[in-house]
Design a protein around this ligand. Structure first.
Ligand code: MN
Ligand code: MN
Length: 467
């Protein structure tokens, strides 16, 4: 073994060098990471919409002893409660040993993902083929949603007060659906268009059927055939679509990716990968000092608006209930609180090096990325975490031996994006973004590394365990 030169020693001591988790994790930790990925993949398969995520998470919480939160109740330290916001957003909480006046520790991820929502009057027939018209939800590259198997998910609320849940295309025996694309033989005009124009929003129609209702006397026989199938199975009429939330999502399951199985390919990693990491941290934390507040938000992909998005008051109202029971003012509790906005960030993609700046981007397999600010252009529309708070969170991670990295979302002026961070920090809560690096973000099939998932869970756990 040759000894290190003084320069080498100094370099090691002074330079920041991101570390690949392959070289950091012990064999035992690698096994743990592998084990952690298994139930995560199952979770993804059961939680393809925010509603399904909420019901899946509530099931896991109840199994772990959580009970519905009742405002006004004085809960003892260690008590575990949850608050279900309209079946589309959720808060889980473990009461801390410290007084509520010391603030709470918030972890907030979102459980909605880009998809194709059905329009209010979706059912159409064209040339004896039946379709659902859609209006895409969130930021998608439309061409990616053609010619892949899709499943239908959602709920139809009826005017008699009952509702039916719809899931078609997940069981291997179920039929699936798709949006068709043009054959290359006739695609020369299409191929000359820009990628944003090649497939337009009004072409994202989900193919439903080709058979005609067996009555030659009626018109719209393809549509009638499909509507009669839906009526038979769900007891609904066409009017009921107007009070429905139905969507088409990729029908494929979460799969190991790569010969080394180091990654997971799936629909909806953004942001269920952070949601899952914080969920397990929430469930496993026993008697935290600060009360934990684990938020699973809806509507992030469309700007966090609406009653189940984090631009609504449901989070701060929950903290207000805790403050009131503890005899403290809400504003004082918020001022003393801290939040991790748990959301994914773009991983450096060697196929598109031009959009990243290599000193300041996240790499797949280098651990969760702590993101000081998101936004666009001159840092507009962002929570820009303070130096002090970056150091506070970085210190927690370091002491818990969490390997993490830092990065921006792309080069300066390349584009941008946002998270729920600014909707929490507006309540005077110190907040910073942290999450898993993702390849092909917002595509029907996104990619994360298992080691990153595991290390993100460790980060979320460390934040709750820290004093
Ligand atoms: Mn996200
Ligand atoms: Mn997103």
């Amino acid at each position: 073994m040759s000894e290190k030169t003084k320069g080498e020693e100094l370099r090691e001591k002074l330079f920041y060098q991101p570390k690949n988790l392959s070289e950091v994790l012990t064999p035992e930790e690698k096994t743990e990471a592998e084990k952690f990925a298994l139930p995560y993949k199952e979770f993804l398969d059961h939680a393809k919409t925010e509603r399904e995520a909420v019901s899946t998470i509530v099931g896991l919480l109840e199994k772990a002893g959580y009970v519905p939160f009742v405002p006004g109740t004085k809960y003892p330290a260690g008590a575990k409660v949850y608050l279900n916001n309209r079946g589309k957003a959720l808060i889980a909480s473990t009461i801390g040993t410290l007084d509520i006046g010391e603030g709470v520790r918030i972890e907030a991820a979102h459980i909605d993902s880009p998809r194709l929502d059905l329009k209010p009057n979706p059912l159409v027939e064209e040339q004896e083929l039946c379709y659902f018209k859609t209006h895409y939800y969130g930021g998608i590259k439309k061409y990616q949603w053609t010619a892949i198997p899709l499943s239908l998910h959602g709920v139809v609320a009826k005017r008699d007060g009952t509702s039916v849940t719809v899931t078609i295309g997940e069981d291997p025996d179920d039929p699936v659906f798709c949006v068709t694309d043009l054959l290359p033989h006739l695609g020369s005009d299409q191929m000359k268009k820009s990628m944003s124009e090649g497939i337009k929003g009004e072409q994202l129609n989900v193919l439903l059927g080709c058979e005609l209702y067996p009555d030659e006397k009626v018109s719209d026989r393809a549509k009638l055939n499909i509507m009669s199938l839906l009526a038979g199975k769900y007891g609904i009429t066409e009017r009921d679509f107007q009070s429905a939330e139905l969507c088409a999502v990729p029908a494929f399951r979460a799969r190991d990716l790569g010969l080394d199985r180091g990654m997971i390919g799936a629909y909806g990693h953004d942001d269920r990968v952070c949601a899952y990491a914080q969920l397990i941290a929430e469930i496993t934390v026993k008697s935290p000092a600060h009360t934990t507040v684990t938020v699973f938000a809806d509507k992030e992909e469309t700007g966090s608006n609406g009653v189940t998005g984090l631009n609504s008051h449901f989070l701060v109202d929950f903290i207000a209930d805790l403050a009131q029971t503890g005899g403290k003012e809400l504003r004082h509790v918020l001022r003393a609180s801290a939040c991790l906005s748990a959301d994914v960030n773009a991983a450096y993609d060697p196929a598109f090096p031009e959009v990243h700046e290599k000193n300041n981007c996240a790499f797949l397999g280098y651990g969760p990325v702590l993101t000081k600010y998101t936004g666009a252009r001159g840092k507009s529309s962002t929570n820009d975490a303070s130096a002090e708070f970056m150091a506070f969170v970085g210190g927690i991670l370091e002491r818990a031996k969490v390997t993490w990295q830092t990065g921006e979302l792309g080069k300066v002026d390349q584009g941008g994006g946002g998270t729920v961070a600014m909707f929490v920090s507006q309540f005077n809560v110190d907040t910073v973004d942290i999450g898993v690096p993702v390849l092909s973000m917002h595509a029907p099939f996104e990619v994360v590394s298992k080691a990153d998932l595991y290390m993100t869970y460790k980060a979320m756990e460390a934040f709750y365990k820290a004093q």
